[in-house]
Write a protein that binds this ligand. Structure first.
Ligand code: NAD
Length: 486
């Protein structure tokens, strides 16, 4: 787990408040831990209430300017930010691997994809248009104009420190809003580097403020603050429900990107090799810490044996190690909490009768490494079958009835991503309708591009963070009717 070809120093992490990169006003900070070595690699500042208030004042002031800025100018600044981010992808990716653990190639691809997202939102911002509704009488003009909703409070997690933040920042900024982002305390430097690409590209002071600190204190302060007009959160369903309730009590709209428990239906006519290869890659990418990860595999009895054999072989072949090593295919989980959760979920499932077909244990005793794990015959009562594992654990059960497969897929209240493997176009279309999920990917892994919707239903949240839908959440419609007395 050594042999790291590329090295980089972990940078100092600052808050960005009212255009100033600086430490917390009382100097408080918390450690940042490298999950591959468990060493402290840096510090993250903990914003005080007075820092938050300054951020709010700055976002309010900047909104009056940014909302009036021509969409074309916003577009040009965003295009500049995309160029800078792409040019810095190598370096930011290395920083992300140090703090988050994922293989450096995946980290660098995440940054490059971030640039792609900024560019797409920049373009989309130029297409926001108003409309005229024909009036019933002469001399009346009926207009619908779309205005930016106002300053946004956004909260993003540590699994994709750039990707989760860039969607919220880009949609807000393209729509003419300002944004206070609470970035991930576990992985703050790569998120800060994303924000720096915007400020270095000429984004005016206060359009983005970046804070870190005590998550519940920050969300409570910002969501209740009258200046903040919209809330956007990515994280667990439990926290999402708390924040949505708080926002609801303030009558503030929310975008909620929450947990999932990705069901995967592999029908008897599926291309088994293709399914196993694609799903194994998707399951263990980012050590399984992806809200859209395939999790509950429901395989038709007829192909259970060949699918399991191919999937287990794939899982066992994954090279786990420090993400800085170019040979590494899966890094550690991002922090000790996930390691403890994996150990607990596997022990609970096994105690209830599940079989371990691959992995199942921590690797070594330094760094938060966990084996790519496959559990089979997992009882429905096992915790892993009901809670989002959010780690490298695949749960593979089988069934001989397609209706029962659909019922199992829809059993949990989550509804983020679902997967289907079948050669039948008729069954594909039918399952696309019957599965309760915001995103359904059939015979491939086709989620997450800038131009397609990204979002869940039911307990997985609401709103969209991709596609043409994504900007709607940052705009309000105003109807103006005018009788011309001239
Ligand atoms: P957690 O629930 O404590 O935190 C999840 C995220 O929410 C973190 O970024 C955290 O800073 C933030 N958060 C927590 N409480 C908050 C509050 N009161 N106000 C604002 N933000 C708050 O759990 P964790 O240990 O960091 O992660 C575990 C679980 O979180 C996972 O099991 C997974 O379900 C979920 N998660 C989901 C995503 C996603 O992409 N949807 C990403 C990361 C974590």
């Amino acid at each position: 787990m050594t042999n790291h070809n590329e090295q980089i120093a972990y940078p100092r992490v600052d808050l960005l408040i009212a255009g100033q990169w600086r430490q917390a006003s009382d100097g408080a900070s918390a450690p940042v831990i490298n999950p591959a070595t468990e060493e402290e690699i840096g510090r993250v500042p903990i914003a005080t209430l007075s820092d938050l208030e300054q951020a709010v004042l700055s976002t309010e002031k900047a909104f009056q300017v940014w909302r009036q800025t021509a969409p074309h100018e916003r577009y040009q600044i965003m295009k500049g930010a995309a160029r800078l981010l792409a040019a810095r992808a190598r370096e930011i990716g290395l920083i992300m691997t140090l703090e988050q653990g994922k293989p450096v190639a995946q980290a660098q691809a995440e940054v490059a994809n971030g640039a792609d997202l900024i560019e797409w939102f920049a373009e989309e911002g130029r297409r926001i248009s108003n409309r005229l509704i024909p009036a019933r009488i002469a001399n009346v003009e009926q207009r619908v104009i779309r205005d930016p909703i106002g300053p946004v409070a956004a909260f993003t997690p540590w699994n994709f420190p750039v990707n989760q933040a860039v969607r919220k920042i880009s949609a807000a900024v393209a729509a003419g809003c300002t944004i206070i982002l609470k970035g991930p305390e576990d992985t703050p430097a790569s998120c800060a580097a994303l924000v720096a690409a915007f400020t270095d590209a000429g984004l005016p002071e206060g359009v983005i403020n970046l804070v870190y600190g005590n998550p519940s204190q920050i969300s409570d302060y910002l969501i209740k603050h009258p200046v903040v007009r919209k809330v956007s959160f990515t994280g667990s369903t439990a926290v999402g429900k708390q924040l949505a309730s708080l926002a609801g009590s303030q009558m503030k709209p929310v975008t909620m990107e929450l947990g999932g428990h990705g069901p995967v239906l592999i029908l008897s006519d599926a291309d088994v090799e293709r399914a196993a290869t694609i799903l194994c890659g998707a399951k263990y990418r980012n050590a399984g810490q992806i809200c859209t990860a395939p999790t509950r595999f429901i395989v038709h009895d007829k192909i259970r044996a060949p699918f399991l054999e191919a999937f287990v072989e794939g899982a066992k072949a994954i090279r786990v190690g420090n993400g800085l090593d170019p040979e590494t295919q899966m890094g550690p989980v991002a922090h000790e909490r996930r390691l403890a959760a994996m150990e607990m979920l596997v022990a609970d499932a096994v105690a209830q009768g599940a079989k371990v077909a691959a992995g199942g244990k921590r690797i070594g005793n330094r760094g938060f490494f966990f084996e790519p794990t496959v559990l089979t015959d997992v009882p429905l009562g096992a915790r892993a079958m009901n809670e989002e594992p959010f780690g490298p654990v695949a749960l593979i059960n089988s069934c001989d009835d397609e209706d029962a497969m659909v019922a199992e897929a829809n059993r949990l209240p989550y509804g983020l991503a679902s997967y289907v493997y079948t050669r039948s176009p008729r069954k594909a279309a039918d399952l696309g309708r019957r599965l309760e999920a915001g995103m359904i990917s059939i015979n491939h892994h086709g989620l997450g591009l800038p131009e397609v919707p990204f979002g869940g239903i039911r307990d997985s949240g609401h709103g969209n963070e991709g596609g043409a839908e994504a900007l709607d959440a940052y705009l309000v419609s105003k109807y103006i009717t005018h009788y011309d007395t001239h």
